[in-house]
Design a protein around this ligand. Structure first.
Ligand code: HEM
Length: 144
């Protein structure tokens, strides 16, 4: 299945994973309701906060989480670790009042970023979608 092509997914991600600030900016720009959930960013001008250390720190937390999960893919021994990380992410965000709908929004905006990146192609897309579907299932089960 395309899920087994995790290597090309990891390679593509490696070319994008250092664009933390641009990734979070893309998400907040498309969905201000996501920005509004952050006590430190609510009501602030996105263009202004984009350049702050606080913004870079949070962008890096999110993107590093993704990097961690993506690096663990492909080895069945890592499955329990992946499940633990994803369940915790879902539970921690549920307790902040964040919804599946907002994760869908994040997802969509995040994809606009990925798709406009030069490392993206049909093979990466297929591998990404297959793995992402499974990942989102675990997160959603813990968000609901
Ligand atoms: C869907 C919209 C989302 C909203 C509204 C949201 C909101 C938040 C908020 C308010 C915090 C706490 C910030 C702080 O204490 O400084 C947080 C923490 C965090 N978020 Fe999100 N988040 C979203 C999606 C995501 C996604 C998709 C990921 C990763 C794939 C992610 C990863 C993290 C991580 C790693 C932390 C720090 C650990 C923790 O406290 O849980 N978030 N998020």
């Amino acid at each position: 299945t395309p899920c087994d092509d995790f290597k090309i997914m990891q390679e593509a991600w490696n070319t994008m994973k250092n664009e933390e600030v641009e990734i979070l900016y893309t998400v907040f720009k498309a969905y201000p309701d996501i920005q509004a959930k952050f006590p430190q960013f609510v009501g602030k001008d996105l263009e202004t906060i984009k350049g702050t250390a606080e913004f870079a720190v949070h962008a890096t937390r999110i993107v590093s989480f993704m990097t961690e999960v993506i690096s663990l893919l492909g080895n069945p021994d890592n499955l329990p670790a992946i499940m633990t990380l994803l369940s915790k992410l879902g539970k921690d965000h549920k307790s902040r009042g964040i919804t599946v709908k907002q994760f869908d929004e994040f997802h969509e905006a995040f994809h606009n970023f990925l798709h406009t990146h030069s490392a993206w192609n049909d093979n990466v897309d297929a591998a990404w979608h297959c793995n992402e579907k499974k990942i989102r299932k675990v997160i959603n089960a813990n968000l609901e």
